[in-house]
Every structure is written in structure tokens, then in C-alpha cells.
Design a protein around this ligand. Structure first.
Ligand code: MN
Length: 728
């Protein structure tokens, strides 16, 4: 076990200003707190936090991190409290220890492998101070180094899985490759001992057999660069058994070639020399297609930079080569811990001292500065390359399962993430044990309990409260089903009326033979299309009882569906320059009825001239006219042609109707309109609440008087809350 003075010496070696007193007090405090506790190995428990602190000294961490490592298990496993630590070591250390304790508790809550990615993100998001994560990684590394002392095989497997799924990728994400490699290798040994053994045996064989090859490769490369007058450092590095195994799995191959297990590394002083060295290698040997990667111009997200290439014919083999500077190499090994050391600090007389100091823990100080200056945790995440998580929140179910949701998610999103059925039946939510409104935005670490009721169905209001695609899609689907049922009811009532006019009974059986003509699969499909105004009741009558179809329209079009569908669109476009019954204009001029106010014969109207497009007719009270107030020259006096044959025209008007949401309300409205000789040609819901429907209803009418009569009749019904003609 490391002695107290040994630890202090280790820290002082890279940090002359170390707070020795605090370090000594932490050593004694942790040792006393753990007292007689023992590790599974039989060692005193205190040996564990001490080893963790030792690992962190290799990364030249600041005194606060080393003290945190010493104290990291005291709150969780001993009588010591957070307040005590705050009093003895200050608020900063207390918060760091608190952070590590929280991560440890998280770890115990859930270990479902499929949630590994969420879990990693959660750990990152919860480690507001990256030192917390560094201590946690060192903690896990020491636990893996001593895992063989754990007696229960299932506990060992659980911890190894967690290490593989969660901690090794985390170490990689912040670029600490040596920790990542060791974590992976130790977990691999635990989980697949046979696979690892056989790879290690194969490696040994290739190593002895290939020894001379490695030597000749090194020799050939050295000669090559010497001839070019370049000073380089070259080494061969064996890949880890786990990375070889992964590659074997990926490529479904076996370990055959030396290039599979050894990568050669060329270290040169500067970036231009990296490319120069690459040129020398590529100038001599043939490049393996697809193996060249330039991570210098495009670094990996964790900051890794290097040139990779593969060449043929070096010592008669296929060889992989990585080319980088010493700085890049350090980042590759130590990641975030090395990242800030190599900033350009000039070359003045003082620069050597500054350089020395910067190599200690300047990177950490700068990281802390970013942390302190960040207005919000989001800023911190953005500055430390973890921005990919700043748009997410991580929440728990009462059982401790983790769900990752987009920022802005509500309990309804959470409910749908758990299960569609839970979402559909959600009536309320408890967040961290308190009843909260469903519109509440969830925060990182919230525990969410969804309250459900068997009778609940999604409310139209929910659409505005959710941000996840899954919830949105499901809510829309259910609302659409409800809407379709209403269209079906409406369609049935429309057709009932139409059959009534020709004194026939509506019978589903008689409709079946004509379904194909309407591209409908079921009778309900047909009703729905009628309800939506895709076809009219007359269209169906014409095909089911051709003999009884007496409408002028029917005779004109001879029952052709195609022309009917086109006709139905006509009123919406109001583009009927030949038949608009307007007088007072030069013959031949194009005339359109405005699509904003749907003018009808009997309305007071005015024309607005548009160069090249003719004249558009508006009602005199149309809101759109305001836009032309300053161009009086464009206003044209027009009037309805009293001699026009209005009966043959299809004139459409548009009403904005609000209905009480109750059974039969839609059908009643349709029956009223039909009873007043109006024909619904289109219907569109614009807003739905649990109490009311707002909709736009297009009605074919004869003139303004006709429409007015329909409006008045509608207003007389209890289920109609308001009716307004659309004027803009
Ligand atoms: Mn520990």
C-alpha cells in the first residue's frame, strides 16, 4: 500500500504548489473512515481509494481531484457525511465527492445492456465537472484490476459487462485510450476467457514467427527515412487482444497476417513533416486501397489526430502505418488529459517556465475556467465536445430504467417512450414524487411516474405538448381514427339524404358493387370519402340508380366519375372565366371569383384589376381589399349579370363553423345543409378541443340569399355554437 508521503511526493513531482496539508488530512480522514473495512481480496478497504488516487497522479490531476479520489467512497460506504467533508475540505471537494457518489448510485439503479448508450450519456450529462468522471473511471479501473477477488461469478460478469458497455466507451469518448484499452482487455478476459486465450496463443506464435519480419520492417523504414534526410521515431505496436477479436468478428476472418496485429508508428516533429513522411512512404510502396485516412485535417470527435495508411511490399508484407507528431501521440494516449498542454505559448525567455507549468495541469485549469464561465450546463457541454448530448434529457422510470428524450419533452413524451398504451391512457404525472401538469418540461435526472386511466384517449391538445416523433405520430393516428369515424357518420347521413330524395332506401349491400368505382375497399371507406367531400351523394346515386338520376349535372357528364371529380375541384379554384355572371366589363377579359371571400350573386362586389391576369371579384367587405386602398386605379365597378343562368352554375361559398363536440352534431349539421338544398363539397377541421370543433365547410349554393338562409338555419341548432362566412 502506498504510504502517505509517497502520494504527496508523486503529486509534488508535477505540481510544486500542491496543498500538502489538505492531501495529508484527506489521507488520514479516509483511512479512519474506512477503519477495519476489508476488500474482497482481504486487503484493508482504504487501499482502494489510495490506488484510485495513485492512478490519477499519472494524469497529473490537480490536488482537488486527488483528494476526491481518496474520499470517493466515504459518503457511500462509511459514517462520513457530505456536510463533514464540506467543513473539513471545502465546498469544491464536497461537490466533487457528491458527484462521484451520485454516479455510483446510478450504477446500482440499472444495468440493462440495451440502455448502455443512454447510460453513458447520462453519466456524462450528470458529471457537470469532468473531474468527477475522471475519478469514476479510475475507480472502475482499479475495481477491474482486482475483480478476480470477487467470489460470485454473476457479479463479476455484471461488472465486466458494464465496463465493456459503459465505461470503456466513455473513456474512449474523452480520448483516454490507455484506460479504455485496459478496461476492455480486463472485461474481455472476464467475459470470454477462452476466446482471449486462443487469441493470445496465436499472437505469441505470430510474434515468434514474425519477429524477424518486425525487425526488417523497422530497418527498412529507418533506411527509407534516413535516405530522405528525415529524422523520425519508429516503433511497432501490438494491437490489444480485444481489438483483434472485434476485428475478427467484424470481418469474419482469422488472425493470419502480421498486419492484423501490429501497427507501425512514425513520430515526426511537425504537421508538415507528417505529410512529408506520408509522401515518402507512398512514393516507395503501393498503397492498399481504402486504408488511407487523414485524421489530421479531420480529427475524430474525441480529438484524435493522425495519418493512417496501409502499404504493400514493405519487407514483402502488408503493413499498417500511423504517422503523427508527439503532441498528437500524447492526445491519442491520454485524451482530454493531454488536450490543453500543447497550446502555443510563444518562445520568449519566460516560455520555458510557462511550458513547464502548462505541462502540469493547465489543461484542467482551463477546463475549469470554461466551466465557471459557462452560463448554462449546455455551454459546458458545447465547449467540451459533448455537445451531442446538450439537446437531450435523461429521465428515470420509478424502476430506475433510463429514457433519453429530446430537450423540451413532457411527461406525455415520456409515457409514449415507455409504451404506446401508457401514452394513450396517460392522465397525469408525478415528477420526483410530486403531481405536476402534463405540460411540464422534463429535466435531466427527473424521475417520472405516469398515472393512467383505462378510459382515457389522447386529447387533441396533446399534439402541442409533445416533441418526440413517436408520441406525435401516435396521437395524430388516434385523432385521425376518431376523425375518420366522424367522416363515416357524416358520409352515411349525406348518402341517406341523397337516397331519400329519389325515394330509395340506403342499403350497404347495394353499395358494394360500386365500391371499386370509387377506389374504396369498404362501405365505410366510401362513407368517409363522402364525409370528406371527395365525392358527392349525387355521384353515388348516379352509379347505384342510374335510372333515377335526374340532376342536370348527371345528364351533362354522363356519369363519368373523372369529370365529376374535376368538377368538384372547380369551385375551390374559382377559375371560371367563361361563366362568371358579371356585367360591366369589356367582353373577353378574364374574370375570377376571389378565393378569400367567395363572392356570391347578391353580394355587393367590386373588381380588382391585375395586369396580365384580368379582374378578380371580391365582396365589398372583404378584408383583402385593404391591401389595394392606395391603388384606386385598380378598382373596377362591376355587378352581377341579372340575365345569367345562375341555376347552371356551381357556386361555392365557405363557412367557418364551430360545433359542440357531441355525438351526432356533425350529422345534424350535414342534414340541415342538405335540407336547405345546399351541397357540402368539402369539409376541413381547423381546430379540435375536447369541447368544440372548428371547421371550414364549403357549400355549393345558388346565391347569397340561399347561403344566408342556410347560415340562419344552422344557427338555430343547439349543437352549432357559431357560423361565419369566410371573408378573407
Ligand atoms: Mn470505489
Amino acid at each position: 500500500m502506498m504510504r502517505q508521503y509517497e502520494l504527496v511526493e508523486k503529486v509534488r513531482a508535477y505540481d510544486p504548489s500542491v496543498d500538502e496539508d489538505a492531501l495529508n488530512r484527506a489521507y488520514v480522514f479516509a483511512m479512519k473512515a474506512h477503519g477495519n473495512q476489508k476488500r474482497a481480496s482481504g486487503d484493508p478497504y482504504f487501499s482502494h481509494p489510495l490506488e484510485v488516487a495513485g492512478i490519477l497522479t499519472n494524469y497529473h490531476l490537480d490536488t482537488a481531484s486527488i483528494i476526491t479520489a481518496l474520499l470517493h467512497d466515504t459518503v457511500e460506504d462509511t459514517e462520513a457525511t457530505s456536510q463533514q467533508i464540506a467543513e473539513l475540505f471545502g465546498e469544491e471537494i464536497a461537490q466533487l465527492v457528491d458527484g462521484v457518489t451520485k454516479l455510483t448510485q446510478l450504477e446500482l439503479q440499472s444495468n440493462r445492456a440495451k440502455q448502455a448508450e443512454n447510460f453513458r450519456k447520462l453519466l456524462l450529462a450528470m458529471s457537470r465537472d469532468i473531474r468527477v468522471l475522471l475519478v469514476k473511471l479510475a475507480d472502475r479501473l482499479h475495481n477491474m484490476r482486482t475483480i478476480e477477488h470477487m467470489s460470485k461469478p454473476e457479479s463479476r460478469r455484471r461488472i465486466a459487462h458494464e465496463t465493456m458497455d459503459i465505461y470503456a466507451p466513455l473513456a474512449e469518448r474523452i480520448g483516454m485510450h490507455d484506460i479504455k484499452d485496459e478496461l476492455e482487455d480486463r472485461a474481455f478476459r472476464e467475459l470470454y476467457p477462452d476466446a482471449r486465450d486462443s487469441i493470445v496463443r496465436r499472437l505469441e506464435f505470430l510474434r515468434t514467427e514474425g519477429k524477424s519480419i518486425v525487425e526488417s520492417v523497422l530497418e527498412e523504414l529507418r533506411k527509407l527515412f534516413a535516405e530522405a534526410g528525415m529524422e523520425v521515431d519508429i516503433a511497432g505496436r501490438e494491437k490489444s487482444p480485444y481489438s483483434i477479436w472485434r476485428k475478427m468478428q467484424r470481418t469474419q476472418s482469422s488472425v493470419e497476417q502480421l498486419s492484423d496485429i501490429i501497427a507501425f508508428r512514425v513520430i515526426v516533429p511537425s504537421v508538415p513533416e507528417c505529410y512529408q513522411a506520408l509522401g515518402i512512404v507512398h512514393g516507395r510502396y503501393r498503397v492498399v486501397p481504402g486504408r488511407f485516412k487523414d485524421y489530421i485535417s479531420t480529427p475524430k470527435p474525441n480529438g484524435y489526430r493522425s495519418l493512417h495508411t496501409g502499404v504493400l511490399g514493405l519487407a514483402e508484407h502488408r503493413i499498417e502505418i500511423q504517422i503523427r507528431t508527439p503532441e498528437m501521440h500524447d492526445v491519442a494516449e491520454r485524451g482530454v488529459a493531454a488536450h490543453w498542454v500543447y497550446k502555443d505559448i510563444g518562445s520568449g525567455p519566460a516560455s520555458n517556465a510557462v511550458r513547464e507549468e502548462s505541462k502540469q495541469y493547465r489543461w484542467l485549469q482551463e477546463l475549469l475556467e470554461i466551466l465557471e464561465n459557462a452560463a448554462a450546463p449546455e455551454d459546458f457541454l458545447a465547449h467540451t465536445r459533448m455537445e451531442m448530448f446538450s439537446d437531450q434529457v435523461f429521465c428515470f422510470s420509478p424502476k430506475g430504467d433510463v429514457y433519453s428524450l429530446p430537450r423540451g419533452s413532457t411527461p406525455i413524451d415520456f409515457a409514449y417512450a415507455v409504451h404506446t398504451d401508457i401514452g394513450d391512457k396517460c392522465v397525469g404525472a408525478k415528477i420526483n414524487g410530486r403531481n405536476m401538469p402534463l405540460r411540464t418540461q422534463l429535466q435531466n435526472g427527473d424521475q417520472v411516474e405516469i398515472l393512467i386511466s383505462r378510459n382515457q384517449t389522447p386529447s387533441p391538445d396533446w399534439e402541442k405538448l409533445v416533441v418526440t416523433g413517436k408520441a406525435k405520430a401516435r396521437i395524430r393516428r388516434v385523432l385521425r381514427e376518431i376523425e375518420m369515424r366522424q367522416y363515416v357518420d357524416l358520409g352515411r347521413s349525406i348518402l341517406d339524404k341523397a337516397f331519400g330524395r329519389i325515394e330509395e332506401n340506403l342499403d350497404d349491400e347495394t353499395l358494394k358493387p360500386v365500391l371499386r368505382e370509387f377506389h374504396a375497399e369498404t362501405v365505410d371507406d366510401l362513407f368517409a370519402m363522402l364525409g370528406q367531400g371527395i365525392y358527392t351523394g349525387r355521384d353515388v346515386v348516379r352509379l347505384v340508380h342510374p335510372d333515377k338520376d335526374d340532376s342536370a349535372d348527371g345528364r351533362k357528364s354522363g356519369g363519368s366519375l373523372f369529370s365529376l371529380r374535376r368538377r368538384r375541384k372547380l369551385p375551390i379554384e374559382a377559375d371560371s372565366k367563361h361563366s362568371v355572371p358579371i356585367s360591366g366589363l369589356t367582353p373577353g377579359i378574364a374574370v375570377h371569383l376571389a378565393k378569400c371571400c367567395y363572392p356570391l350573386p347578391g353580394d355587393r362586389i367590386v373588381g380588382i384589376a391585375t395586369t396580365g391576369k384580368g379582374v378578380t371579384i371580391h365582396t365589398i367587405d372583404c378584408m383583402t381589399l385593404e391591401a389595394f386602398a392606395d391603388s384606386p386605379e385598380r378598382w373596377v365597378d362591376v355587378s352581377w349579370d341579372p340575365n345569367a343562368d345562375l341555376a347552371s352554375e356551381e357556386l361555392v361559398s365557405r363557412l367557418n363553423v364551430t360545433l359542440v363536440n357531441e355525438p351526432g352534431a356533425l350529422a345534424e349539421m350535414a342534414a340541415t345543409i342538405a335540407g336547405a338544398q345546399g351541397n357540402i363539397s368539402n369539409l376541413k377541421f381547423t381546430n379540435r378541443t375536447p369541447d368544440f370543433f372548428d371547421m371550414l365547410v364549403d357549400i355549393e349554393v345558388m346565391d347569397a340569399k340561399h347561403l344566408n338562409a342556410i347560415e340562419t338555419t344552422l344557427r338555430s341548432h343547439g349543437s352549432v355554437r357559431s357560423v361565419e362566412r369566410v371573408r378573407s
